[in-house]
Design a protein around this ligand. Structure first.
Ligand SMILES: *Cc1c(COP(=O)(O)O)cnc(C)c1O
Length: 393
């Protein structure tokens, strides 16, 4: 008999009833230190008072109106994102994968309107994750996500992660865009070197094609800059955002330059809920924190502290861990055994970790995690490591 909740997730036997900052309380009363943050969603931790106020105030005023009307909160959020980024324009969605849908449509429409309708091909990379919509799985291309879902949306090419030479060869007369995550998340916390991102930008410029960055996971302060591509000193033409932007309220979006967005004219795209007053009011409040240079300074400082302590953990458990990887508070522990075992032992030690591909355990804490909580996290990870080494289970 099929469960009443479609069984597409392998869920841990935990259910949380309350969250506060970096802590979650389980139904049985145990408190867990949350290093998953809803998979990089709860950027300001759980139950941040400013976000509760923003949501509460907006809920009392107005929940939903159609995009047939002006939505002041949406306008304010778009203005703010345009002011803080490369972008000239924004469209809001409810999720990351919807942002992928629009990014793909936008790139293809761009070329159609430029009189080059043959340019439909989007070059993506192995290990990528762009969500679970039809465009998202076709863009990622892995068998794990696409098997059984044919026919897939055509027009995607996949190259080894970060292979600049292969990219150079792959760009051709049918190429519309290159699509990538500056730091692969699900793929195992794999950052692209700044020099490689600059090289990809240069290849796109030389060929006159669009660069689409998926910053759904690595954006919104996660790497210690508002957006991860800022580290390389380059800008995309189109960028997907979601996860952290709503701090836990579902909202995503596509940011683009005026040129890249030029094909998306009246009637070419839409969404019932996208850009609704509740989501935009909360995201605007998230921006007040995350776009603050002092906040980002603190993320970088804490990231240095965390990383330093994790290097120590890895050094004392060489049989368990291979390396620390990542940037900012988007960190990964490359493991020498199935990361699922480490995540499971974490549950016993009341610390929440998230697995990823490439034998990596992800550490994606709230950006508001304190120094003491970082120390506590490493202490719990130490206990996890010892338990596994002692073969306690
Ligand atoms: C999570 C994620 C997505 C998909 O976002 P959803 O909101 O789950 O649709 C897309 N791209 C990246 C990089 C992600 O991490």
């Amino acid at each position: 008999m099929i469960p009443s909740v479609l069984p597409t997730y392998n869920r841990a036997p935990l259910s949380f009833t309350k969250g506060e900052g970096s802590w979650l309380t389980e139904a049985d009363g145990r408190r867990f230190l949350d290093l998953g943050a809803g998979i990089a969603v709860n950027a300001l931790g759980h139950a941040h008072p400013a976000l509760i106020d923003a949501l509460h105030d907006q809920a009392q005023a107005l929940w939903h109106v159609s995009n047939l009307y002006h939505i002041p909160q949406q306008q304010a959020l778009a203005d703010r994102l345009v002011a803080e980024t490369f972008a000239d324009t924004c469209f809001f969605t409810n999720s990351g994968t919807e942002a992928c849908e629009l990014a793909v449509k936008m790139a293809r429409k761009y070329w159609y309107e430029k009189g080059a309708p043959e340019r439909v091909e989007i070059i993506a990379f192995e290990g990528a994750f762009h969500g679970r919509s039809s465009a998202g799985i076709a863009a990622a291309g892995s068998e794990k996500m696409t098997k059984g879902f044919a026919p897939l949306l055509p027009g995607f090419v996949h190259l080894p992660w970060g292979d600049i030479a292969a990219l150079k060869d792959a760009i051709g007369p049918n190429t519309a865009a290159v699509l990538l995550e500056p730091v692969q998340g699900e793929g195992g916390i794999r950052p692209l070197a700044d020099a490689d991102l600059r090289a990809i930008r240069a290849l796109c410029d030389d060929a006159g094609i669009l660069l689409i960055l998926d910053e759904v996971q690595c954006g919104m302060g996660r790497t210690g800059r508002l957006f991860a591509h800022e580290w390389a000193g380059i800008a995309p033409d189109i960028m997907m955002v979601a996860k952290g932007i709503g701090g836990g309220f579902p909202i995503g979006g596509v940011l683009a330059t005026a040129d890249a967005a030029s094909g998306m004219t009246l009637g070419t795209h839409g969404s019932t809920y996208g850009g609704n007053p509740l989501g935009c009011a909360v995201a605007l409040r998230v921006m007040d924190f995350v776009a603050d240079p002092g906040f980002l300074d603190d993320v970088r400082r804490k990231a240095g502290l965390f990383r330093h302590k994790l290097e120590g953990l890895v050094a004392s458990h060489p049989d368990l861990f291979q390396e620390v990887r990542g940037i900012g508070l988007m960190l990964g522990l490359k493991c020498r055994r199935d990361p699922a075992e480490i995540v499971a032992e974490g549950y016993r030690q009341q610390i929440l970790l998230v697995g990823a591909a490439d034998n990596v355990v992800r550490l994606l804490p709230a950006l508001t995690i304190s120094d003491d909580e970082i120390s506590e996290a490493v202490a719990r990870l130490e206990t996890v490591a010892q338990a596994l080494e002692n073969g306690a289970r």
